[in-house]
Design a binder for this molecule. Sequence first.
Ligand SMILES: [Zn+2]
Length: 250
Amino acid sequence: MSELIEIAAQKIAAASHPVSFSGAGLSAESGIDTFRQSDNATDTEKSALWSSFDPAKLASQEGFSADPGMVIDWYNWRRKTLADAVPNLAHETLGRQRGWVHITQNVDNLLEAGGAYEEDVLHLHGSILTDRCNGECGHKEVVDLHNPKGLRDCPQCGRRMRPSVVWFGESLPTIALNRATVEVEKADLLLVVGTSAQVYPAAGLIPFAIESNTDVIIVNTDRSLKPDENIIEILGKAGDVLPQLFKYCF
Ligand SMILES: [Zn+2]
């Protein structure tokens, strides 16, 4: 493993157009989407309750139509979790690099909190820090994570406001996906972090990078892809592995 890390670290140091592509595994070590202890009994009970809900049922247009108040309350619980979260070593390692583009499936802002410039982060699944109109008017509002607003109507058109994230069954934002494709096409190195790479768009971006002769380095806790000579796969937690991979970059 240390030999693989050495080879990968040298490729990362030599890359001229590096791109990262991250998923839930990047933020897991910051306590996002996991049960969190709380000194406050009521909060703890609430966390346990919300943790038992199936995100696939809440994060969909069908779930929102069936019970919009519950969906907004669930997101606001996740927002309060995020308000207390801090970037981990992996976010900070990536965030401190300059000249990188970070494509992420995560709806949190921990890469930015770790030091990445906002314009260098492409949120393919949107952001939990913004609400938008569920209609077509395009109205958006910034969310206060500590004090998010409850269910309410859009002030422009009267439809419901909702989190500006991509729900199950919805397509990815075209602008972010197009830019991600262009960046991966230009890239000479793609660093995949904390995503199983089984589902779209990860499943499409990685073969696309390999076809373009781009070096692909994958850091994940599970082996996800069939062995390929163009892929270096390193098993481990992002917070442990990334600081080693960037040892020549500080
Ligand atoms: Zn509206």
